[in-house]
Design a protein around this ligand. Structure first.
Ligand code: GAP
Length: 516
């Protein structure tokens, strides 16, 4: 685990050092769980969004795009259920004034105080028995391990039952019984457990009081639902069809940790697929497979898994997460939900407007069912960085080994596609030729001109930001119009004619490689 922790720390500092992600308002000591994307971060993020948009909108005749506003009529959030139920149970420590998610305090207790002990016993036994160790059998026969597992189950079942029944007093009792102390003050001086709504709100300037209260959207999906008929009518789409959207969402997360994994301001890429009632299962399976393939084009399959939701929201008839193995374990990267006709019905009811589709084949009107795919751009960014960032040992020119940090991100997603490097900076012939090449190829993709430091250092800088190709202009370039082109992954250098640079790079960075 220490290794994974180190890896994560390295990832976070790499993001900062190389201009991918900065803490928001850092000069004022930073705003918690809010981040800014730096020069390479914004390029990578835009490429991730492009990959998603192409796969979902461009590749599907029956999916169209939308860019709805962040502010919506507050009734939207009444209809969607967010005003009443988009909340987490919170508890404050009266001594440290720190706020925690009550459920997470209990879950962390189980993980650290119970399961850690069980896992320690299991690992000890694994060492003792070697090859012949049967973990499953050990878990179900060793009295100490069985005791820990039973304790963990009892606590978590009670927590779930209390949360499902809205019995927050019992959640507080549980915290007290387990003698959970505040990690900051060490005291057990807790407030009651209360529901805390995660929506941020603000006030419309022209209307005072409750009537002027506006929410920052906590998901982009509702903008799609309320525009369903506008889009269907203007694009003449027939069911089944989808509406896709990329945009900011805001959640007042009580505990926001793990860098850009859980943020208060983040971006979502969501698609609502409108289908005939009764056909949702078929489409749910289709999107489950399609979305997994989209991830597998970038990430190794062993780092991805499905996680079916055991407890479904009351309106859903199926839901799962696609989980990615982050440095801190398998966590949700994307959600796929079969949301029935819940949202459209709710908006229809509250607005008094019909949100129905006339099916020309069935010759009847109905409220379509919806299968949703929803992924956080920032989580996808973190997964991409975590998977791509490697430290490896490579031979130097002098034959000795050194380590290099390389971001093996897919070339189609790489922030900079090609670096143009004059061999030396104080040779006007080299630099003007390099500039000439740079000014020619910059029309086709993101390039960078760099003449600072030695060629070795420049290569390392480009490796660290994931640039697939480096072009070097040297003495021979002036004689025969060829340059060396260095491949990031193999570090091999070959000579090509200047006129071929664009073709070679374009071939490598083509999104087609991912989409197919
Ligand atoms: N419309 C459905 C919806 O919003 P969700 O599971 O709450 O579902 C979808 O969110 C995705 O948005 C998640 O899988 C995750 O990738 C991303 N996401 C949610 N909360 C986030 C947060 N606080 N910070 C970063 N990403 C978040």
């Amino acid at each position: 685990m220490a290794n994974q922790d180190d890896l994560f720390k390295k990832l976070v500092s790499h993001c900062k050092e190389y201009g991918f992600v900065f803490q928001s308002s850092e000069v004022y000591d930073g705003l918690a769980a809010v981040y800014d994307y730096g020069p390479y971060g914004v390029e990578l993020k835009n490429n991730i969004k492009k990959y998603w948009w192409m796969a979902m909108v461009q590749m599907h005749e029956n999916i169209v795009g939308l860019d709805a506003a962040i502010f919506m009529d507050p009734k939207t959030w009444q209809a969607s259920g967010h005003v009443a139920a988009f909340s987490d149970p919170m508890i404050d420590n009266k001594d440290s004034n720190k706020r925690y998610r009550a459920d997470q305090l209990v879950e962390e207790y189980v993980e650290k105080k119970v399961m850690k002990k069980a896992n320690k016993e299991i690992e000890k036994a694994r060492k003792r028995f070697g090859e012949s160790f049967n973990e499953e059998e050990y878990r179900s026969t060793n009295p100490r391990v069985m005791g820990y597992l039973e304790k963990s189950k009892t606590i978590l079942t009670r927590l779930n039952t209390s949360l499902t029944n809205g019995d927050l007093a019992d959640v507080k009792n549980l915290i007290e019984e387990l003698e959970i102390a505040c990690p900051e003050s060490g005291s057990r001086n807790w407030t009651e457990v209360r529901e805390f709504n995660l929506m941020f709100n603000t006030q419309l300037g022209t209307i005072a009081g409750e009537a002027g209260k506006l929410y920052l959207r906590p998901e982009t999906a509702q903008g799609i639902f309320v525009n369903f008929l506008n889009v269907q009518k203007t694009t003449r789409q027939k069911i089944p069809f989808g509406i896709a959207q990329i945009g900011k969402a805001f959640r007042n997360e009580i505990v926001a940790r793990q860098f850009i994994f859980r943020m208060r301001e983040f971006e979502q890429m969501e698609m609502q697929f409108f289908v005939r009632p009764g056909e949702q299962k078929k489409w749910y399976e289709y999107w489950k497979g399609f979305r997994m393939k989209w991830h597998q084009a970038i990430h190794p399959s062993k780092k991805l898994q499905f996680h079916d939701h055991e407890k479904l929201a009351f309106y859903a008839d199926a839901a799962l997460d696609i989980e990615f193995e982050f440095p801190f374990g398998f966590r949700e990267l994307e959600g796929i939900h079969s949301r029935t006709d819940h949202d459209l019905n709710a908006h229809q009811e509250l607005s008094g407007r019909k949100l129905q589709y006339f099916d020309p084949e069935l010759k009847e009107s109905y409220v379509p069912y919806v299968v949703e795919t929803s992924i956080g751009v920032d989580r996808m960014f973190l997964a991409t960085m975590a998977n791509a960032l490697v430290e490896e040992t490579v031979p130097n020119a002098d034959g000795k080994d050194s380590t290099r940090t390389v971001l093996r991100v897919h070339p189609a997603l790489a922030p900079i596609k090609c670096a143009v490097l004059p061999l030396v900076k104080n040779n006007e012939e080299f630099t003007s030729k390099a500039r000439e090449i740079f000014n020619h190829i910059k029309y086709s993709f993101e390039c960078q001109y760099d003449e600072k430091d030695s060629p070795g250092k420049r290569y390392r800088r480009q490796d660290a930001i994931g640039t697939p190709y480096c072009i070097t202009i040297d003495g021979q370039t002036l004689e025969d119009n060829t340059v060396t082109i260095r491949d990031r992954d193999t570090m091999e250098q070959t000579r090509i004619v200047i006129d071929n640079i664009e073709k070679v790079v374009l071939e490598k960075i083509n999104m087609r490689h991912l989409l197919k």
